[in-house]
Design a protein around this ligand. Structure first.
Ligand code: KG4
Length: 347
């Protein structure tokens, strides 16, 4: 069974083909980072227009990489939400049109589910159940994953996501956009302890996060010192990254305690962060639990995770229960807990 996956929820066009026997046989990505960097953030209209230009050529490339033609595909999975509505519409329209023409199932995928299941494509994947920390530009969530399709939200950010705050701080430090990765790189040269920032909400019960206070605290510091001085900039980056990583780690431990699960999965763009990976690996070793993370390329948005989630969904649901008509439906907001199977799949 071969599934074509299409991801267009934000600023990456991702296309991949997943084969249930041979694994990932094609994976193509076009990042719009350069396009948006002039504006210091994603411009939704530009994102949609660019997906229109890139999606079909990438599908052709992915098919050629896997030596397949479009009629060899058994299903088309596309990101149906959450994300930017115009951007989602591009992938959904193209995906459903191909499925309709080829008379194969069109499989609507929740982008967050795609991130959570990415780890299952790696060697030695975790078994269920596990706690997942989804930490990206758009989301910071802790989720109890009991099985495929059995997700329970444990906590989420009540304001900014961790990735958003990393990117905003990087911008204030003059590191460009999106600066999460470069900020982390600069932080390696920073001296620990020269600055200290709050670890928000760790003394409050529960598993929600809040990063806006931390953002303000760092912004005030940046305004009061010279960040043209490279060492200053690195020291602030160090202290800020430590505050984010500590906050995330404390809540991950609490989620494992509350659920009694022994496995933690980190997913989403910020899970590529080296300090977060090292810190969680150490902590989990000390408490006799295990953390799992994907290769860096699969942390950020990609088509492989959508193709893979599509294959799992197709294996779980009867083939005839998927719509392959031309009605295009997307969900800019779509909680993992929200049961939309009646909307996207026939009962
Ligand atoms: O999952 P993702 O591609 O999608 C969005 O939600 O857009 O995540 C992107 C986020 C950005 O905030 C980016 O700065 C951050 O992931 N990121 C990192 C690293 N690599 C990407 N943050 C910290 N350290 C990294 N190595």
């Amino acid at each position: 069974m071969r599934i074509l996956g299409i991801e267009t929820s934000c600023d990456e066009t991702g296309v991949a083909v997943y084969d249930n026997k041979n694994g990932l046989i094609a994976n193509k990505l076009y990042s719009q980072v350069k396009l948006h960097s002039n504006y210091g953030g994603v411009v939704p209209e530009l994102a949609s227009r660019n997906h229109v230009i890139k999606t079909i050529p990438l599908i052709k490339e992915a098919l050629s990489q896997s030596s397949l033609c479009i009629t060899d595909i058994d299903g088309v999975a596309y990101t149906a939400g959450p994300g930017l509505v115009g951007a989602l519409m591009v992938g959904a329209t193209i995906g459903r049109a191909i499925a309709y023409a080829c008379k194969v199932p069109a499989i609507a995928i929740n982008h967050i589910e795609g991130h959570l299941l990415t780890i299952m494509m790696e060697d030695n994947p975790p078994s269920f159940p596990f706690v997942a920390l989804l930490v990206s530009g758009g989301n910071t969530q802790l989720i109890a994953v009991k099985n495929i399709g059995k997700y329970f939200l444990l906590g989420k950010s009540i304001d900014d996501s961790a990735g958003e705050v990393l990117d905003k701080t990087a911008k204030l430090l003059g590191l460009g956009y999106p600066g999460g990765k470069i900020l982390s790189y600069i932080a390696r040269r920073g001296i620990t302890g020269r600055y200290k920032f709050p670890r928000p909400m760790i003394n409050r019960q529960g598993l929600d996060f809040s990063f806006s206070g931390l953002k303000t605290s760092v912004a005030n510091t940046i305004r009061s010192v010279s960040v043209d001085d490279e060492q200053n900039c690195a020291d602030i980056a160090r202290a800020f990254e430590d505050a984010v990583v500590d906050t995330l780690s404390i809540k991950c431990c609490r989620a494992l305690d509350n659920t009694g699960f022994n496995r933690l999965v980190i997913a989403g763009g910020v899970s590529a962060n080296r300090t977060l990976r090292i810190r969680l690996t150490d902590i989990m070793r000390n408490i006799g639990k295990k953390v799992f993370f994907s290769r860096s390329d699969f942390c950020t948005d990609n088509g492989a995770m959508i193709a893979y989630a599509g294959m799992l969904r197709l294996q779980l649901t009867k083939k005839n229960n998927f719509y392959n008509d031309l009605e295009v439906m997307v969900r800019p907001r779509w909680s993992l807990e929200e049961d939309l199977s009646a909307v996207f799949y026939k009962n």
